[in-house]
Write a protein that binds this ligand. Structure first.
Ligand SMILES: Nc1nc2c(ncn2[C@@H]2O[C@H](COP(=O)(O)OP(=O)(O)O)[C@@H](O)[C@H]2O)c(=O)[nH]1
Ligand SMILES: [Mg+2]
Length: 331
């Protein structure tokens, strides 16, 4: 019985065969199995793919010790910390490491020659009361895209493409970054609400840092990048100006579509530190669940303080919160 595989299968299979990174290979194998038509004609193929998946799992669990295998580096995963993980990617020398250096306690190597950064490095930055994790990464170019990078990008909550707008050639360099991600089935998109057209792609919300914008030619470069990427949030940055670095943090917050909810105890003032982070549209019950699932179950009602509200207004569990609301839970 013929297998009758869809054309998409053969494309994926080619990618699978070329891929060296076991994590990525495992993902592709699972996808191949998922799109494989399930009938008698594919029984053997299905069994083969399941065996490959099991081997890849073993290889990954064994730390890639298998003789002759391509070793997975330790860089395929970075433990998330804070309200979101933000990965900085881009062409060589665009200023990724400099931004991470300026905003965090991480100490990346910085130099005016390309390919200084060989390994990803994480550090924490703070926007008002919210902490974000920034990940500095090696550059993306025609010749260079580390095998662990696609996984790191997929795992991040937000992508920032850092580009040097003071140096001509912006269009070509940016295209390489977006295209190389696409080769690995990652779509760097301006907006996730537009929907997912292709389920085999990871859609990642992306904003752009137009770095070195105060250098000679930077204003022209900034205009060019706005013209090239009209749908994207573009934040002008330079490590020489603290306000622009604060703007970078604000751009992260605004890109994530999240809000900060502060809690207060009955009879105490709100401390306005360490907020609960909820997606926009989140309710009183969602906030309670972030504290503890039993807490949400036992919740009777809450009181809310916030802009344009009656102070201490009593609300139900399905009440939709807004950024910086202060909430007092009653159980
Ligand atoms: N003038 C200026 N130079 C910068 C800025 N950001 C980075 N640089 C310089 O650009 C070069 C490359 O920076 P680096 O952070 O290593 O870039 P990366 O390869 O993207 O990590 C270094 O010489 C930095 O000092 C900036 O905002 N303005
Ligand atoms: Mg670097």
């Amino acid at each position: 019985m013929p297998a009758n595989l869809p054309p998409q299968y053969y494309e994926l299979e080619r990618e699978f065969k070329k891929e060296n990174d076991p994590y990525e290979k495992l993902r592709l194998a699972k996808e191949l199995l998922a799109i494989m038509p399930k009938h008698k004609g594919t029984d053997k193929l299905q069994a083969d793919m399941k065996a490959k998946i099991s081997l890849l799992r073993k290889e990954i669990e064994g730390g890639g010790k298998k003789h002759g295998a391509h070793h997975a580096t330790d860089h395929t995963h970075i433990e998330k910390e804070g309200a979101a993980q933000v990965i900085l990617i881009g062409s060589p020398n665009s200023g990724k490491s400099s931004i991470v250096d300026a905003l965090t306690h991480a100490k990346p190597l910085i130099a005016d020659y390309p390919f200084t950064t060989r390994e990803p490095l994480a550090g924490m930055t703070t926007y008002e009361t919210v902490r974000f994790q920034l990940i500095d990464t090696p550059p993306i170019s025609e010749e260079h895209f580390e095998t662990y990078m696609p996984n790191l990008i997929r795992q991040a909550d937000l992508v920032c493409v850092v580009e040097d707008v003071s140096t001509p050639g912006i269009e070509g360099r940016m295209k390489i970054v977006f295209d190389r991600a696409k080769e690995k089935r990652i779509a760097l998109v301006s907006d996730l609400s537009k929907g997912v057209d292709d389920p085999s792609f990871a859609y990642k919300k992306t904003f752009i840092a137009a770095n070195k914008y105060l250098d000679d030619g930077g204003d022209r470069g900034l205009e060019e990048i706005k013209r090239l990427y009209p749908d994207y949030r573009i934040v002008p940055t330079t490590i020489l100006d603290d306000d622009s670095m604060a703007g970078f943090n604000a751009a992260i917050f605004e890109s994530l579509d999240i809000m900060r909810i502060y809690t207060k105890r009955v009879g105490h003032e709100a401390e306005l530190v360490d907020p609960i982070i909820l997606p926009l549209g989140g309710t009183v019950e969602d906030a309670a669940r972030m504290l503890h699932k039993d807490f949400a179950k036992n919740l009777q009602y809450a009181k809310i303080w916030g802009h344009g509200k009656f102070e201490g207004q009593r609300v139900k569990n399905n009440y939709v919160l807004s950024d910086k609301d202060v909430i007092e839970f009653h159980i």
